[in-house]
Design a binder for this molecule. Sequence first.
Ligand code: UD1
Ligand code: M6R
Length: 370
Amino acid sequence: KKGNFEHFMQKEIHEQPDSLTMTMRGRLIRGEQRVKGVLLGGLKDHLRTIRRSRRIIFIGCGTSYNAALASRPIIEELSGVPVTMEIASDLIDRQGPIYREDTAIFVSQSGETADTLQALEYARANGALCVGITNTVGSAIARGTHCGVHINAGCEIGVASTKAYTSQIAVIIMLALALGDDSISSQRRREAIIDDCFNLPSKVRDVLKLDQDMKELAMLLMEEQSLLVFGRGYNYATALECALKVKEVSLMHSEGILAGEMKHGPLALVDETLPIIVIATRDGSSSKQQSVIQQLKARKGRLIVMCTEGDAQSMCPDGTCRVIEVPQVQDCLQPIINIVPLQLLAYHLTVLRGFNVDQPRNLAKSVTTQ
Ligand code: UD1
Ligand code: M6R
């Protein structure tokens, strides 16, 4: 059932305008007569409890963890509740403290990941409100949580998670909008985000047109040993997720790095041979990314810059970087746009290097053992 596509991963990347539409269907309320808002059926009776909780803890593994990380800033901004992040296995290893006043949000495409499930049992035993964000109705995590949201992205077959990632981010942003619903001061901001949610499928369709460019970039990079990806703010998660995709399917070493940490170690790696992707789309931290680009160039770094359409000149004035230009959306939604060309890059790298796209070496779609 791959249709016109050669691989499920490719099909699922290209499906994202539709999967995002399905994720948001019936949940976003348009403006006009009624005030713009969000309706998450599975959470409406629990929003007050979540708003009043002392802390929100996101728990997941791999790509699902990255999706939560991408949406953490907007949850903090619109809810005012402190948010912490936990990789499920690490929470269990530490037996980290969880309290009755906490809301623990479990993010999992399959809803069956053993580590996440064990963390759920642990959080429930400690009395936290347990919320699920899953793609699989009837899954263990959907059943074991007190409430939650199905992402409705449709069945994902490729081991590399792609459309589930963008739908998970969309759901967590809708959750942030719902949690902020009682605040008048953030109303304009919320309306602007909702407007852009409606634009998202068509913007994703636009960015999918970079397919050929990403194939050409993959041809340039296919013989490399390693690829670094620098991001910060909303797009720190984009850097981690790009690196995870590249390593898991194309079997090339790749590392996502928080750009603010550059001088604390990674800068030592920079030379004229190692390729580095810098995510520098327009937002509150893009001027800092501009200076990161300058510092990497001063060390002769081999740069591939992802920036907002029209910003190529200002981000790379001497024209020596390879540039990926993407359409702009509200800052919190930008990670959904930015990851798409990077998913395509990982896909093409894998095909060109001759590896199995849908069944990467040593990996399983659902990790049900620890
Ligand atoms: C629900 C229906 C949907 C219908 C819509 C109409 C289901 C699965 N969904 O969608 O078909 O079109 O009403 O109003 O029947 N839940 C958890 N943990 C999770 C995920 C979900 O406990 O990890 C719970 C929710 O709290 C909720 C239920 O499962 O009680 C369904 O969640 P969801 O599908 O997101 O709800 P709706 O979007 O309202
Ligand atoms: O089903 P889950 O979302 O719980 O799975 C979590 C990870 O195993 C998963 O995201 C994994 O990292 C993917 N293969 C990444 O593409």
